[in-house]
Design a binder for this molecule. Structure first.
Ligand code: NAD
Length: 316
């Protein structure tokens, strides 16, 4: 049986999903919606799909089995609500929204409908993350350092606070998600941030947080978007006799035997899409970040960003 998929948003990340989805046997990308009709048409042509200027028409016209929501952070809410009302399984790109309220309300609607969901925290599918988790099982992390030192992506919404929620919510959220997997839940913290006259848009262009986890581990998370290119993006962990440095591409392990580099063997974007398609078809249950679970990461990222902007204490 063919699985018919629709996409809302036809930008960068939608293109990556289309390339994966069209390579999966038995999947048809049926329609793609974007208010920028030119983008919808170009991506739809690549996928052999129909193009729509409004997602409501996509949902009304196509008989879909699942919807991928690939819109900027500020555009979440209405489309997910409409999908929930239709009982349509939802893959939603991170972050869930610019704020907490929109996402928390959607999580309640999704739970009430018992809807199958996944969120694009793709680091969860890294085989190197799994290896890190196995290594830490024998020696739990005591210290975690997360860094996202990068340039500002050149899309119009990104450097606007009301467009993206800021870098902590939009990008560093991946670091918080990895830390939750490898270290546990955050119970307290403090954060600060700042803007320079040369910074892009109206967002904080430097932000740093000190967090305490329920295990007693402590962490420090910093991000900046002032650089000309990606510089340092990943999570370092210190455990008794064990050091780890996890990036999107590899894991560096330091232990009594010396240092070794383990390259990833899995394309995490492909893995997350294949896992959700399998779940929609009732053939698999490897969805690693359903909406409710993603909300826990989003809550943390919003709490850190809010503390950085207004006075320090991270309120969870
Ligand atoms: N998982 C990852 O690592 C990863 C990587 C890149 C982007 N993303 C996320 O994906 C989202 C989109 O990022 P992008 O880089 O593709 O941005 P983009 O600007 O390239 O694309 C977004 C598209 O959505 C469209 N859009 C805006 N409002 C819409 C609406 N109401 N309905 C339909 N389409 C609408 C825009 O016209 C644009 O074409 C962001 O939240 C971003 O964080 C995730």
């Amino acid at each position: 049986m063919t699985t018919r998929i629709g996409l809302v948003g036809a930008g960068f990340i939608a293109g990556r999903h289309v390339d994966v989805l069209t390579s999966i046997e038995g999947v048809t990308v049926a329609g793609i919606a974007d208010p920028r009709a030119d983008r919808a048409e170009v991506l739809a042509a690549r996928a052999g799909a129909a193009a729509y200027a409004h997602w409501a028409d996509l949902l009304d016209v196509e008989r879909l089995d699942a919807l991928w929501v690939c819109v900027p952070p500020h555009a979440h809410g209405e489309v997910e609500t409409a999908a929930v009302e239709r009982g349509l399984p939802l893959f939603v790109e991170k972050p869930l929204a610019t704020d907490l309220g929109t996402a928390a309300a959607l999580a309640d609607r999704i739970d009430a409908a018992g809807l199958l969901t996944a969120v694009g925290y793709h680091w969860r599918y890294l085989d190197t993350l799994e290896l890190a988790r196995e290594l830490l099982a024998g020696a739990p992390a005591r210290l975690v350092l997360g860094t996202w030192l990068d340039r500002a992506p050149r899309v119009d919404w990104w450097a606007r606070q009301d467009g993206s929620g800021g870098q902590t919510v939009e990008q560093a959220t991946h670091l918080f998600d990895v830390a939750r997997v490898l270290v546990g839940e955050v119970e307290a913290g403090w954060a600060t941030g700042s803007r320079s006259p040369d910074g892009p848009g109206d967002i904080l262009d430097v932000c740093t947080a000190a967090l305490r986890f329920d295990s007693g581990a402590v962490g420090s998370f910093s991000n900046s978007c002032l650089l000309p290119r990606a510089h340092r993006i990943g999570v370092e962990l210190v455990a008794p006799g064990l050091g780890l440095w996890l990036t999107e591409h590899q894991l560096v392990v330091t232990d009594d035997d010396g240092e070794r580099v383990v390259d990833r063997d899995v394309d995490p974007f492909e893995a997350e899409d294949r896992a959700f398609v399998a779940a929609v078809r009732g053939e698999g249950d490897d969805v690693r970040t359903p909406y409710r679970e993603a909300l826990r990461t989003h809550r943390l990222a919003v709490a850190v960003a809010t503390a950085a902007a207004d006075g320090g204490t991270v309120r969870l």
